[in-house]
Structures are given as structure tokens and as C-alpha cells.
Write a protein that binds this ligand. Sequence first.
Ligand code: UDX
Length: 595
Amino acid sequence: TPPVRNICCVGAGYVGGPTAAVIAFQNPHIRVTVVDRDEKRIRRWNSQHPPIYEPGLNDILRVARDGSRQCIVCTESECSDGSSQCGGNGCASTTVAARLPNLFFTTDVAKCISEADVVLIAVNTPTKSRGTGAGSATDMAAFEAVTAVVAQHARPGAIIVEKSTVPCRTAELVQDTLSLHRPNVHFEVLSNPEFLAAGTAIKDLLTADRILIGSSSTPAGHRAAAALASVYASWVPKSRIITTNIFSSELAKLVANSMLAQRISSINSIAAICDATGADVDEVASAIGADSRIGSKFLNAGIGFGGSCFKKDVLSLVYLAETLILPEVAEYWRAVIMMNEYSRNRFVARVVRCLNNTLSGKKVTLFGYAFKKDTNDTRESPALDIIRTLAEEGPQEIAIFDPCCIPAQMEDEIRRFVGANFLKADGGPVAVYGNAYAACEGSDAVMITTAFDEFKNSATGEITIAGRPKACSVDPRPFEHTEPTEGDLLALHTYLQRMVTPATPVASVLDPLDRLNPFPTCTEDCPDCELEKATGTTGYGAGEEYVPKARLDWRKIHYHMRKPRWVFDGRGVLDISEMERLGFRVESVGRQSRS
Ligand code: UDX
């Protein structure tokens, strides 16, 4: 198998960008180019502020995209290009980190495809919104269009890889498109689905549970799979690289997400039983999770899953079963989605019931807008639907606070995805806050809709919150920041040592968890700051201040709220007894007070 020297990734989105970055980071000898026809997106990938926020991503980019001349021993000295010895500042180290950039972002689609040994297709495959299969089938428009372009430009012998999540048997379509455009040239098609999750993309890529590569069962297919496996083998242990037939690989991606979603729906169904019986869902979850066949992860009951993948992939599986005339199978998986909707609705119904079946004249506060913690990703977030349902009850105000989302961006999304007349400015009840305490001022009920650590009530009841804004109009003193402790720094250092390859200058990899410096400030040579401020598509605006994470002071919230101070914990982040001791009335999904 000839070595892979040049990889082209088509699609600079959530999957393509981070995946290409990590492949380049771990393979300094491979030239990796990410192409996208969206010029603005490419410009931002080339700037200090990439279009998506993922902890650790900037550090990876700094090494692979910008290159590095630093020695890992004496981080201050500049090593000469390609030199194998540092020599700067009297340092005699031979472990020199000098490396040239090998990660590029460009809009020149045809050229990059034509130069590549391996072409990764990583474009959007959302759910079809109209026509046959609308609402469940996968919309293959972008994938098909890109496949045709790849077919036209790929050099003979290039390996074509499906990275996007696609329906089972898509490889046949790809092969067909390739042979229509290039009848006399043979291409191997591989399936190599991505399992990264939002908010932990870099960590998931660096320490993958497994890499899945599906190929045709011919010798040429196996050779192609081996070539791609060698790219991952730079950092993934061989035992974790699984090769399968191509349809198994395509199907496995759908099944992985569907099974995870099913676990959440299963535990949520049990939460309803717990609420009716007095059993506690966390106790049930840890009791069953201790069985190694079941396992303890993904058993956190609450208002259900959101995000861009779970619903889409379960529905794709449902559609597949339907087209294969397996109605019982389709119905089984559809129930996962129904249980998810039920969990969300049950929660909102409980809020309304506790508030005496009327929200008239009342203010409810949502803590959390993103679909999960530590991300500004709001795709399919349960909060959107909850806002819509609450608004029907005619409340005086629905206040929203999220520690990771920018208020202006949230407002914009509410207009687009919830409805045109929901914001206060447009005559509706919804108000977005940049400060948690202001959002609770005069509130009748706080609903926790995303499991941010900031919302947890610390057992000691101490500490404080860092809100997004730098000053507060209600109370000028709420932002008592906690500084990172030595323990934090030590944990960080250990993490880095595990994650960073010897060829990487430690000094350039700052904080993979982005807890210490979550808001990279802008530098003068970054031309895209104004652009970012204006469009606000990431959660991290240019020039924002360093605000370490800290917890809410629930005593302060207690002070701001109206009696009887309801708190509805839709994510199970609160210690109920502790909250009751502070004087709140607490309802939590499937969890009971122990006092
Ligand atoms: C998921 C898969 O985890 C990932 O492997 C795949 O590649 C893409 O889809 P993601 O959607 O980013 O990743 O987030 P994930 O952490 O899986 O959470 C999904 C949703 O489930 C969130 O809304 C989360 O709050 C919810 N969830 C998760 C629960 O309600 N309970 C749990 O126990 C776990």
C-alpha cells in the first residue's frame, strides 16, 4: 500500500474541521487540506476564531495550521527550520518541535480533490424536510452534490471516504456516481463514520474508543482500509481500529446513536414510574449501572436528548426499516423519539400544574438554552420546544439565561426557530439575559434545562457565579471569580502530558478544557473579529474577558425570587435536600427529596 501523503476533507463543519485538524496534528508528514465552498467559513478557519468552539481546538490549530518553531524543553527559544537540535538559549535538547504547517483551509475544491490520495466527504446530512420520507429520511442533496464533484476531480486510485453519517448502502450510490463520471477509472470507497460529541470533539478524537473503517471485501478494498488505518495508527492503538464490511460500518454509526438515544428514553420512562412511586431514578440508575453488562453511562434522566444527531439518526433508522418493509422494527425505534417528546412534555406539564395551572402574570426562568453543557450548540435543544409550549400558557415573562450562549445570538435564533413574535421586543413574553441573577429577579419558577456545572448547588453553599457580562445592573458585586487552584493546574498538566505528542511544544497547548482561558482575546493581526462580533455565530466573541467557571449562589437567587420559589430541575444537577434547606420548593425528574 503506498503511503498516504495528501488528504483532502470536503466540508469544513463540525465533523470535517476538528477531524482534519487532529489528523494533521498527529501526522506532520501528511498534508491535510479542508475545502468548503463557503468563503466566509474558510476565512474564519484561517483566523484566530474558528467558526466552531471546541475545547482544545485552538491549540491543535496553532500547531498544525500555523506550524511551530518552539522547543519543548526551552519553550522560549525559536528553533531553526527543520533543525533536529534546539541550540537556543544554551539548550542542548534534541527533542525539537520545529514543524511546518500541514493543515490548510481553502475554497479551491477542484484543485485539492485532484491532489489528494484520500478524500474525506464530511458534509451535512440533515433530515429531509419535504418530499418522500420528509421528517425521517436523510437529505442527501449536499452529499450527492459533493460526490459528483469528487468523481470529476479525484485522481485515479484515490480513496473516497464517507465521513458524513449516511443511510446504509450509500456506498453503492457513491460507487455508482463515481463510475458514471469516470467510467474507466477504479476508486475504492470506504465508510469511516465519526463518533465525536459536541463539546468534547478534540478529546474524543485524541482518545477515540474506536475507529471504524468499512471497505469492500476485495483485496483492493482491504488495501484501501489499511491505508486509512495507517493514518489513524499514528495515535490510535491498533486494537481500537475496527475494520468491517462497508454496509456494517454505515449501519453501525446509526445504531450507535440510536442505542444511546434509546438508553436515555429508557431511563426517562423509568423516571416517570419513579415519580409515581417514590423510587429515585438516580438510585435505580446506579443500581443497574453496577451491572457491567448494562454500564453506568448515559443513564442520566431528565427532559430528554437534543442535539443534531440523535433524533436525526434514530429517524433515519426508522426510515430504513420502513423502506425494508419491517414495520415492527420501525415502530420500535420510533418509540424512542416518542418517549423523548413525552419526557419533555411531562416536565412542562408538571411546571404548569405546580404553578396552579396558570402562568398568567407569572415569570418563569429557564437556566440553559444549549442542548447540553459546555457548548453553544442549540440544534434540537429541548429549551426551544419548552419556550414554545410555555408561551402558550400566556406568562408575563419567560426569562432565559445560558452561560455559553451569547444573548444577541440567542435572540436571533429565537426569532428564527421559535417564532417571529416571541421576544419581548416583538410583543412576546421571552427575554434573554446575560446575567443569571437578573434573569431570576421577581421570578416564580426557575427551570434547569441544560446540565451546566454552573447551575449545581455546591454542598457548602459558598461561591458565586461568573456570568457572561462584565457588569450587572441589579447587583454590582455578584462576580466574585474563583481562580484556578493548584489542583486545577496539576490536572491540566497531567492531561496535557497524556494528550500531547513529543513533537508538540507544551507551551503552545494551553488549556484543553478551556476552563482557564475560555475566552481567547483577540489579537491585532486577526482580521475577522469584527466579522465575528457582527455575526455572532460562536459562543465566544472577540475581546471577551477571562471569566472562570464558578457556581451560582442559590442564596442570592432565593433572595431575588417570588414566593414560594419553585425550582424545576430538568437535568438532575441539584442536591434537592440542600435546595429545600435554603427555602426552595424543588421538583426534579424522577428524583425524590431525602429529607
Ligand atoms: C452524540 C453522540 O454521543 C456522539 O457519539 C455522536 O457522534 C453524535 O451524537 P452529541 O449529540 O454531541 O453526541 O451529545 P451527547 O453528549 O451524546 O448528548 C446528547 C443529548 O442527550 C444531550 O441533550 C444530553 O443532555 C442528553 N443526555 C445524555 C441525557 O439526557 N442523558 C444522558 O444520560 C446523556
